[in-house]
Design a protein around this ligand. Structure first.
Ligand SMILES: Cc1cc2nc3c(=O)[nH]c(=O)nc-3n(C[C@H](O)[C@H](O)[C@H](O)COP(=O)(O)OP(=O)(O)OC[C@H]3O[C@@H](n4cnc5c(N)ncnc54)[C@H](O)[C@@H]3O)c2cc1C
Length: 817
């Protein structure tokens, strides 16, 4: 009976920890168990008293707050203050910026799936849908990617005019200022469609609608600034760019050496209080054609002209292009995707103080503005453009793999090709779900700083894998550039999207987990703030945190031991076991993160391999959630299940790998053992998706179906045979329909019934020998002509290819000089 009592106490404690019951309730529950055993069982009174004394020795000090604060929390606070990473003001701003949504649930170890599934899922308004189906389709039809990227290195004048007339540059500008006032979802839909056609057009539209003067003015501008600039930006009368990055300040953008000194000076013939700006920016998208430059610099007031502060901090001003001292117009060439991008330099450029975004009151708040707005921009621009690009890869690679034959079989039937194709399909599914979920978060009023970093990083990284796979499946057809090549430029440009909006290595290593851990953790940020406030508040947070950590350790172990069979998940779904796995790894992430923060403290900031992997776990949990939400919203289509299953198991395998590598590489041996036992009590059993599943997924890309339509929905597909993608889609059903005829001819050839081997004569002979009818031969001839055009590549005269034939290729500025 004594051991039953011990088991009872242990069982109650584990249940309490699993369910997150607070300290007082645990104490009361334990006391009741002891009293119950004393009254109703035969356990010896001596044993009960010994256990009660031991229990009291633990429970009383923990529940008696003055004692607990003095002897436990106070010494810990002294150590904690030393362990706290030193954060610069700008890091603090970054950590506190943005809101916490679903990622907070995943990070805290006990996600409430019903809340995710019930969350409102907005749709495009009628007006937005009409814009996507109207002007956006028309624009896509006007675009000629080869001409834009190779011949003009620009969009033609009629496209620029179309963009301006249809307010493409004013999608995020409210209607009252003449903009389209679109939702994030509509913004996403436009960029997705453009992303499937032409990166030059996509980037040109994306920048004015993301981080740039319009976004800054809408949120922080003075009424005067809004009234002046927003209508002009909406109509494209002003073309904006935004300059933050410079030669020495890349990823570490807060170190910008560019300055503004407050002083008096002459502006448009009048003496005014203003700023003398000196700056050197590079990589600035749209700068060469911009009429207004949003400029970030550090503002100083050495003579105290506007206040007591001499170093005011990072500020943002709008500087017109024609301001004397501006040097603008030269172009960089980003990997042969020639959207406008170039340097902006300025020497002693004088502008009045009212050019500061938000006026003098907002001086010094530039970093906060940029961080908050980047959270929104990152959630939409690149994930949406990536979604467009990968959907195009899925569509074209599936069709091409069916149409292109080698060894007398469509190449998509070979297992090696299948391996690439199922990655293409699955990542297309995840990127599109991910980009939809982050855009939705913006529409629901969030500033999703962590999900936007996840979306930017993973959409572009998976996108890079997809375009590489698509190129591999296309073989030489993807390599030979020209108007017939619909992939090559996308592959060339794929590293661009990895770098812009913050290079991915930094996003993965520092932002997703670094920011995520502190933002999403239910206690860490509060503890850091409490450490500054005093002992009482710190004690409160600390004990909440300890309970939370014990809870996650217990949950992680129990979920690991039971393979999460009893986790609270939506069990009415066929996908219930997916939710169970996610719940298990969410608890494991919460536990591993706490251990990492507790044992490494401030050093975790520099342990980027550990934090990067923990960030990968959070990211994959988020991506899986987005996929499950997508599956539910689309009505759980059974035909899509193989793609979801492949993408899900691939993500879970990545989660296991990332957690496994955290465990294996943890600096302390004791911690390695502890993590291993709690997170992987039975070892690591997740497997990569199997070949049979991969086969089903790959085949789904190779013939028209509702699943293929859903997977590639929202991109531009021309209905003209003169367009290479349009031709593929027109040919695919006809190629499939004529496959039995091709097989019949092939059999006849092997059986020696046909002598002729060249196409036309063979068809004639087959008609004569009644192997096929004349009508069938006619269709075969037409389809074969289409296939010949599809597999054709471009050829050029040497003179056409010679660089610099129409311009001087000499560098505008010799950087070394
Ligand atoms: C085509 C293009 C368009 C752009 N458009 C604009 C624009 O319109 N406006 C603008 O202001 N900027 C723009 N940028 C800048 C861009 O947003 C990046 O922030 C910038 O390129 C990063 O700086 P860098 O290239 O000098 O890389 P570096 O800072 O030199 O970084 C090099 C590598 O080191 C990694 N790294 C650096 N620090 C860390 C760290 N602590 N931990 C882990 N990894 C780290 C980075 O991730 C990167 O992989 C653009 C860049 C490009 C290429």
């Amino acid at each position: 009976m004594f051991w039953i009592l011990i088991l009872g106490l242990l069982g109650f404690s584990l249940t309490a920890a699993y369910r997150g019951i607070n300290l007082l309730n645990w104490t009361t529950g334990m006391a009741l168990v002891l009293v119950g055993f004393a009254i109703f069982t035969s356990v010896s009174m001596l044993a009960i008293v010994v256990l009660a004394v031991l229990f009291a020795a633990i429970a009383v000090p923990l529940n008696f707050k003055p004692f607990r604060r003095k002897w436990l929390s106070a010494p810990f606070l002294a150590v904690y203050r030393k362990m706290l990473p030193t954060l610069s003001d700008t890091e603090k701003v970054a950590l506190e910026a943005g809101t916490v949504g679903w990622e907070g649930e995943l990070f805290a170890g006990n996600p409430n799936w019903e809340s995710l599934l019930e969350e409102y899922w907005p749709q495009l308004s009628v007006e937005e849908q009409a814009f996507v189906d109207g002007p956006v389709e028309e624009l896509c039809d006007m675009l000629n990617p080869w001409e834009n990227s190779h011949e003009l290195a620009d969009l033609p004048p009629e496209v620029w005019s179309f963009l301006k007339e249809n307010r493409f540059f004013g999608m995020i500008i409210p209607k009252e200022y003449g903009g389209l006032g679109f939702s994030a979802l509509a913004h996403r839909a436009v960029l997705q469609k453009l992303g499937s056609v032409c990166a030059v057009a996509g980037s040109t539209v994306a920048v004015p609608n993301s981080l740039g003067p319009a976004e800054l003015l809408v949120h922080y501008g003075t009424d005067e600034q809004k009234n002046h600039y927003l209508p002009r930006l909406a109509k494209g009368e002003e073309i904006p760019c935004f300059g933050l990055t410079g030669p020495t300040a890349g990823s570490d953008a807060t170190s910008i050496p560019d300055t503004g000194i407050i002083c008096k000076g002459e502006y448009k013939g009048k003496q005014v209080l203003g700023m003398r700006l000196n700056f050197d920016k590079r990589y600035i998208t749209l700068a060469p054609v911009a009429t207004i430059v949003g400029l970030a610099f550090r503002l100083y007031d050495p003579d105290g002209l506007v206040g007591d502060k001499k170093d005011i901090g990072i500020s943002v001003a709008l500087v017109p292009r024609e301001t004397p001292g501006m040097e603008i117009g030269a172009r960089h060439l980003p990997l042969n995707v020639p959207f406008h991008n170039g340097p902006v330099r300025g020497k002693d450029v004088f502008v009045p103080l009212d050019t500061l975004v938000g006026g003098v009151e907002m001086a010094g708040n530039g970093w906060r503005m940029l961080i908050e707005l980047l959270a929104v921009g990152r959630a939409i621009t690149l994930p949406s453009s990536s979604a467009g690009g990968v959907k195009l890869c899925s569509l074209t690679t599936g069709a091409y793999a069916r149409i292109r034959k080698q060894f007398n079989l469509p190449i998509g039937r070979f297992e090696g090709v299948e391996a690439a194709m199922c990655r293409i399909a699955a990542y297309t599914y995840s990127i599109s779900a991910l980009s939809r979920m982050t855009a939705t978060a913006v529409d629901l009023g969030q500033k999703p700083s962590v999900p936007s970093a996840i979306a930017k990083y993973h959409a572009t990284e998976m996108g890079r894998q997809v375009i590489t796979d698509a190129m591999d499946v296309h073989g030489g057809k993807g390599i030979i550039m020209g108007p017939r090549n619909y992939l090559g430029r996308g592959w060339q440009g794929s590293p661009i999207w990895i770098t812009v909006e913050g290079a991915n290595i930094l996003t993965r290593s520092m932002m997703i987990f670094g920011q995520g851990a502190i933002r999403c953790h239910p206690y860490v940020l509060k503890e850091m703030q409490a450490a500054r406030m005093g002992l009482e508040e710190f004690d409160h947070q600390l004990f909440g945190h300890i309970g939370y950590s014990i809870g996650n350790a217990v949950r992680s172990m129990i979920l690991g031991l039971s393979f999460a069979r009893f986790a609270a998940v939506p069990t009415d779904r066929k996908t219930a076991r997916y939710y169970r796995k996610l719940t298990r790894y969410s608890a494991a992430l919460a536990f591993a993160s706490d251990i990492a923060m507790l044992t490494l403290g401030g050093k975790l900031k520099y342990k980027e391999r550990i934090s990067g992997r923990l960030g990968d776990v959070l990211s994959q949990l988020y991506i899986c959630s987005a996929m499950l939400k997508r599956f539910e919203i689309q009505g759980r289509p059974a035909a899509d299940q193989p793609i979801l299953a492949w993408a899900f198991h691939d993500a879970i395998h990545k989660i296991q790998n990332a957690l496994g590598l955290v465990v294996d590489n943890f600096p302390s041996r004791v911690v390695r053992i502890l993590l291993s036992v709690i997170i992987f009590p039975f070892g690591r059993h997740e497997r990569q998706p199997g070949d049979r599943l991969g086969h089903k997924v790959a085949q789904l890309l190779m013939s028209p179906s509702e699943t293929r339509k859903r997977l590639t929905d929202g991109i531009f597909v021309s209905d003209k045979a003169s367009n290479p993608v349009g031709l593929l889609e027109l040919a695919l059903p006809r190629v499939i329909a004529t496959e039995p005829l091709e097989r019949r001819l092939h059999k006849a050839e092997i059986a020696g019934e046909l002598d002729a081997s060249d196409g036309k004569t063979q068809l004639q002979e087959a008609i004569e020998k009644s192997i096929i009818t004349a009508k069938e031969a006619q269709e075969l001839e037409a389809v074969r002509a289409m296939v010949t055009e599809i597999i054709a590549v471009d050829e050029f005269e040497s003179s056409y290819l010679r660089m610099g034939s129409s311009g001087d290729p000499v560098q505008v500025r010799d950087q070394a000089a």
